[in-house]
Every structure is written in C-alpha cells, then in structure tokens.
Design a protein around this ligand. Sequence first.
Ligand code: SF4
Ligand code: SF4
Length: 151
Amino acid sequence: MTTLRPNFWQFALNKLTNDEWEALCDGCGVCCLIKYLDDDDVALTEYTDVACQLLDCTTGHCSNYQHRKRHVPDCIRLTPEMVPDMMWLPRHCAYKRLHLGQGLPSWHYLVAGQARHDKAMDKVGVRGRCVSEKGLSDDVIEERIVTWVKI
Ligand code: SF4
Ligand code: SF4
C-alpha cells in the first residue's frame, strides 16, 4: 500500500520514503529523451525528440518500468545523491526543483490534485511529440534537436 505524508515534498529529498520519492515524478518522460550533454556547461545540453526504445510515445509512459533495467541497462535510477549532478533535467522536474529549493510547480499533480498525465503534461511532457529511437541512425537522431525542453 502506498502511503504518502501530507505535503511530503516539503521535506528534504533524502528524508522521503521510497513511495514519496517515486510520487514526485510527474511522468513527463523528458529524461527518457536522447540528449547531448556538455561537460562544461549544463545550459548547453541539447535535447532531441527521440525517445528511449522502451518509451511509449503515445502515452509518454515507460512501457516496462518495473523491468526496464533488463532491457535498458543504462536507464538512470535517480537517487537524492545523484540529483545535484543532474541539472540537465528539465526545469519543471520535481527532483531538480526541490533540490534547488524552488518547490513544486503549481500545476504539479500533487499540488493541483489532478491525476498524473493530466493536461499540464501537454505543455511539458513528451506524450505525442516524440519518436522512438528504434531503427534511427545516430545521424538521424543528431538532426532532431528540439527547443521545447527547457533546462
Ligand atoms: S524529467 Fe523528472 S519529472 Fe520528468 S519523468 Fe524524468 S524524473 Fe520524472
Ligand atoms: S527504460 Fe523506461 S524509464 Fe528508462 S529511459 Fe527508457 S523509457 Fe525512460
């Protein structure tokens, strides 16, 4: 059974239960896009609209989240310790925002009392606007840089 403390997102990231930690993710799917990181300047990170092979681009969901590491070994399992080094995450990402002391955005499903993947996802999520990496060459992927991901 999932138990979430009231307003748990106001606690430090490393004080959250596993359920609370998982609940922070709004499911936007942006971190599942192929991107090019800049070692010197995170602001120069370039995102493509090409998604991991396991992402369902229609729903924006990982199609096998529970067993994803079997299929995509380098899928990142985010922890509180990793967040400071992951500032390439989109600016709306709850983990990044809470690390930076910004709080959750007002539209976040935990704050707004909506279901995950509500209309707010149309603005920030990948649902309906990405393609799978399956069958795409590196050259083609490099041509698919997008500007709608805001870091
Ligand atoms: S970018 Fe953040 S909020 Fe979006 S899916 Fe990834 S971890 Fe979740
Ligand atoms: S395995 Fe699933 S969660 Fe991991 S990057 Fe791919 S689609 Fe995203």
